[in-house]
Design a protein. Structure first.
Length: 547
């Protein structure tokens, strides 16, 4: 059996001795603890662990009626977990308790009693067995009541059919055709709902789903707020001001950069929710809301399936459908009549709004050096390397896009390259943006500094043929890995007489992450290695944005 080390015993012995009796117990949780319930938020029993299932360990000061420590652990963990929670209860208790060691501890488990006696024998604490722990019993009853009374995310009678309707729409993939400005009106006239205005998300390969706004004013107001405000706090407030029901699609995978469209459908799941200026974000959907979403999803699915080709140009279109309600709906009628149609005028209005925002951004950017950081997709893998000459010809003929340069030397061990690896959809977008800019002119490493943090950088910059400059990486000057890679880059560029390349690859979330193979490489842009004097930027400084 493990024992406390000497320094820990001395530290615990120095704590003030509290004339109180503590209750301690470990119990299996048949239900997850209701972490987000108002009852727990208002109680003096905060959870310390992020876990929500397993065994719950609780240490309570019976004299003061407060919880000093609480933890949720794996059922496989031994009695040492009980001791760890107890030591935390002594030295770092939950507020408002103060550090201290109890005069007496009572438990209802004989094994725990004997284990604690062996561990705490030098701390002058009485450890007794009792058959009942009334205060802990009361706390756990409260936990279970809240857990059992927590409403389900969807009404149980509609959950299966509503989820299926969402999957039907996922498979139809309306975001392949519709942009988020192309709004579709759905006239329901039931459950106190007149018209819903559907906004489809997902064309950019980021968030997938549909927002069903309850009014056009809410939709337009939100878009205008996003245009007018750019601080995180203002954007959060704008988000919460929306008035809509929504369906979004998610994956259980932790990788935020993965494109859901690339996953099998069984790895994607729908989530439902409600946004309202006075309610905020709510993930629980009630019966009337569930029926509204059910009808809206079915109407949108039919409309898109029947008009997919016509919707590419988003002309004025409308249809009427009679939609049968779930058989579980205890209503006088079994179906509702729905009118659905495109709103080209609204789409044009939202497009003009976005153009105004771009013009404002361009006006601000005109006063700054033309160095942009919006070309390279977030979370991309960026590295400096080389491709042996025997593989360069293979790469030139195998990639989807190749931009050649008049190489005058094949010296050295190969073509020095900058590798940018991301997901396939983002790689395709990046390649298209480079093509639209006329291709790549050259690659430069320019000095940069952060005066506030007293740090210096090597800034990787791509220059395109339209003379724009794009940041592709910030490398610390004191990073030995980058210093070595940069030295090799300079040496190789000298041997190729200033020629280099940019490789765009996919496979960021797969087995080839950080080491893409030829089959993963989608584009090769060849260009010149530029110096900081060529760009004339001088040392760039990172400065805080003005308030």
């Amino acid at each position: 059996m493990a024992v406390l080390n000497s320094s820990t015993r001395r530290r615990l012995q120095s704590l003030p001795r509290i004339k109180s009796v503590w209750e301690g117990d470990r119990r299996s949780l048949s239900q997850p603890l209701p972490m987000d319930s108002s009852a727990i938020a208002a109680s003096p029993y905060p959870m310390e662990s992020d876990s929500d299932s397993g065994d719950c360990i609780l240490w309570v000061d019976g004299s003061q009626g407060i919880v000093r420590a609480m933890d949720v652990v794996s059922p496989d963990s031994g009695h040492a977990a009980v001791v760890r929670a107890l030591l935390r209860a002594m030295e770092h208790p939950h507020s408002p308790a103060a550090p201290g060691r109890p005069q007496k501890i009572v438990v209802k488990d004989r094994e725990i009693q004997f284990f604690l006696r062996g561990i705490l024998q030098d701390l002058d604490i009485v450890i007794d067995y009792v058959p009942d722990l009334p205060l802990i019993d009361e706390i756990f009853r409260g936990f279970q009541e809240v857990a059992y009374n927590k409403p389900p995310m969807l009404p149980p009678q509609y959950a299966e059919e509503l989820t299926q309707k969402a999957f039907d729409l996922w498979l139809e993939a309306p975001w392949e055709i519709l942009a988020d400005r192309q709004i579709i009106s759905i006239e329901i006239n039931d459950w106190d709902v007149g018209n819903l205005y559907a906004c489809v998300m997902g064309m950019l390969g980021l968030d997938y789903g549909v927002l069903f706004y309850r009014s056009l004013d809410s939709l337009k107001h939100f878009r205008q707020q996003v245009v007018d405000n750019d601080s995180p706090e203002q954007l959060q407030e704008a988000f919460l001001s929306q008035d809509c029901l929504f369906v979004t699609f998610e994956s259980d995978m932790d990788d935020e950069d993965i494109d859901l469209a690339s996953l099998p459908s069984d790895e994607v799941s729908p989530s439902f929710g409600n946004l309202h200026p006075l309610e905020g974000l709510r993930s629980v959907i009630y019966e009337e809301e569930a029926l509204t979403i059910y009808v809206a999803l079915e109407a949108l699915y039919r409309f898109f399936k029947n008009s997919r080709r016509k919707l590419k140009d988003f002309p004025p279109l409308s249809s009427r459908y009679r939609i049968r309600l779930p058989k579980e709906a205890e209503l006088d009628k079994q179906q509702v009549s729905v009118k659905i149609g495109t709103m080209p005028d609204v789409a044009e209005e939202l497009y003009e709004m976005s153009l105004e925002a771009e013009d404002e951004d361009d006006d601000f950017a005109d006063s700054l050096p033309m160095l942009r950081d919006d070309l390279i997709p977030p979370n991309s893998f960026v590295s400096l390397g080389v491709i042996p000459w025997e593989r360069v010809d293979v790469l030139r003929s195998s990639v989807d896009y190749h931009e050649s340069a008049a190489l005058t030397s094949n010296g050295g061990d190969g073509l020095p390259i900058i590798l940018i690896q991301t997901t396939r959809p983002k790689a395709k977008t990046l390649i298209q943006e480079l093509q639209d800019a006329g291709g790549m002119k050259g690659i430069c490493f320019n000095p940069g500094e952060d005066p506030l943090e007293e740090e210096s950088y090597d800034l990787g910059i791509l220059q395109t043929e339209n003379e724009e400059m794009h940041l592709f990486g910030e490398f610390f000057n004191d990073d030995p890995t980058h210093v070595s890679a940069r030295k090799k880059w300079d040496d190789r560029c000298k041997k190729t007489k200033g020629y280099c390349g940019l490789v765009i690859a996919m496979g960021l979330t797969g087995a080839s992450r950080g080491n893409p193979q030829i089959k993963d490489m989608l584009a090769l842009f060849e260009g010149r290695s530029l110096t900081s004097k060529d760009l004339g930027l001088g040392t760039l400084q990172r400065l805080p944005m003005p308030l």
